[in-house]
Write a protein that binds this ligand. Structure first.
Ligand code: CS2
Ligand code: MG
Length: 407
């Protein structure tokens, strides 16, 4: 038995906000966990600090499954993004400690490597096709084999997912961070008319080889999603992401009847129950959940194993609002599981790298978690102290008549 001596909640904002849990065992081994919930960061920090960390002191750091079940069941209230992000952070930190004590990279404790490296996709975006073309070319020049394409829609103003600059790396979204929620306009009809031509252009420009992805950000009704999937079929997408707000899992039956474009769903979901119908009925092709919002390695592995029974693959969420700790955890899991599909990689910027020292690597379209013991991430308190929390929110969408729209 190795008891937990301390559990600290660390909030820092190197470019964007991150909530990190640091657990230290009685013999001084440190484990890190990511608890970042974009736009609701302080709710998870409080959940951890006020309700979870007091329970951890004195527990056996090795009992990861038991601690997961205890935090999930003993709270009485189950699931939800705040709870599951908090459990995720504890789970990641305990896996980190266990692997560090074993002197092994975490993926070795998860069964070892199932592949040489992890296929990742990058983001490209533009205000028009010329800008989008430059952005895609930059990603391909960096060696990416898979690229997500987002583009402005004529007549619609700013669109979420389209970076403010295309020359430099598309670092994070929303491009314009704000201390209060900014509202943007949305028009599904214009979007549905515009998008197929964008992918027709992309295939003509870049040929059949690059894997192309697109994210609809939960904005469509089931019949609109069905039409979009069907209209995109000639352009052979790797996936169409979040076509509908999928808490209505049954809606995907309708989408599936009309299109063979592969579907990826799940970045706002947080429990295996959110995926039950989607996976059991094979209504999606990729589970898009993140290790940070689904109860950590333990929670996400359970979802991936369930998905494997139904030939559904992984497609872990990896935006810059998942911290480098969460990214490292995802990469260890990606390398170990059999039903790996693809991993999103938005890449954090230089400020984040000052706070989080990582050992994962990128080369030629693939990533590897590295072979440092544990998750392979260290946290620099001195650097973090230079980046205090700043309120920052995602934009909201309204239709032309002012109605709040889906997201
Ligand atoms: C996006 C995310 O990466 C994606 O697929 O949908 O950037 C998402 O908008 C953010 O993670 C929200 O916090
Ligand atoms: Mg997405």
């Amino acid at each position: 038995m190795t008891t937990i001596r301390s559990a600290e909640v660390l909030v820092s904002s190197p470019s964007r906000n991150f909530v990190t849990l640091r657990i230290t065992s009685e013999d001084g081994v440190v484990g890190l966990g990511d608890a970042t919930l974009n736009g609701r960061e302080l709710a998870v920090a409080s959940y951890l600090r006020d309700h979870v960390t007091p329970l951890l002191i004195g527990l056996d750091a090795h009992r990861i499954e038991d601690t997961w079940q205890f935090l999930y069941r003993s709270a009485y209230w189950r699931r939800g993004p705040v709870t599951m992000s908090a459990i995720a952070a504890v789970d990641m930190a305990l896996w980190d400690i266990k692997a560090r004590r074993a002197g092994m990279p975490l993926y070795q404790l998860l069964g070892g490597a199932s592949r040489a490296g992890v296929l990742v996709y990058a983001h490209a975006s533009g205000g028009d096709l010329a800008q989008l073309g430059d952005s895609v070319r930059a990603r391909l020049a960096e060696g990416y084999k898979a690229v997500r394409l987002q583009v402005a829609v004529p007549g619609m103003g700013s669109v979420y997912g389209v970076g403010a600059t295309v020359a430099g790396r598309y670092a994070y979204e929303p491009a314009k961070r704000a201390g209060l929620t900014v509202e943007e306009g949305w028009d599904s009809a214009r979007y549905l008319r515009h998008l197929p031509g964008v992918f027709e252009w992309a295939r003509a420009e870049f040929g059949p080889d690059p894997m192309l992805l697109h994210d609809a950000h939960h904005r469509l009704t089931p019949i609109q999603a069905a039409r979009l999937g069907r209209d995109l079929e000639p352009y052979d997408l790797f996936w169409l992401e979040d076509c509908t707000p999928a808490e209505n899992q049954e809606a995907l039956r309708l989408v599936r009847q009309h299109t063979v474009t592969p579907l990826a769903i799940g970045e706002v979901m947080n429990s295996i129950h959110d995926f039950r119908t989607l996976i059991q009925e094979q209504l999606i092709d990729y589970v898009r959940a993140s290790v940070t919002h689904t109860g950590g390695i333990t929670g996400l592995r359970r979802i991936f194993d369930f998905a494997a029974l139904h030939q559904v693959k992984s497609g872990s969420h990896g935006p810059t609002d998942i911290s480098p700790v969460g990214m490292a955890a995802a990469l260890h899991l990606d390398l170990a599981i059999h039903n790996f599909g693809i991993q999103e990689y938005m890449a954090h910027d230089a400020l984040a790298a000052e706070v989080f020292r990582t050992s994962y690597t990128y080369a030629d379209g693939m990533m590897h978690p590295g072979n440092a013991p544990g998750l392979g991430v260290d946290y620099d308190d001195e650097a973090a102290s230079r980046f205090p929390y700043e309120a920052a929110y995602l934009p909201a969408a309204r239709l032309v008549d002012g109605t709040v729209h889906d997201w």
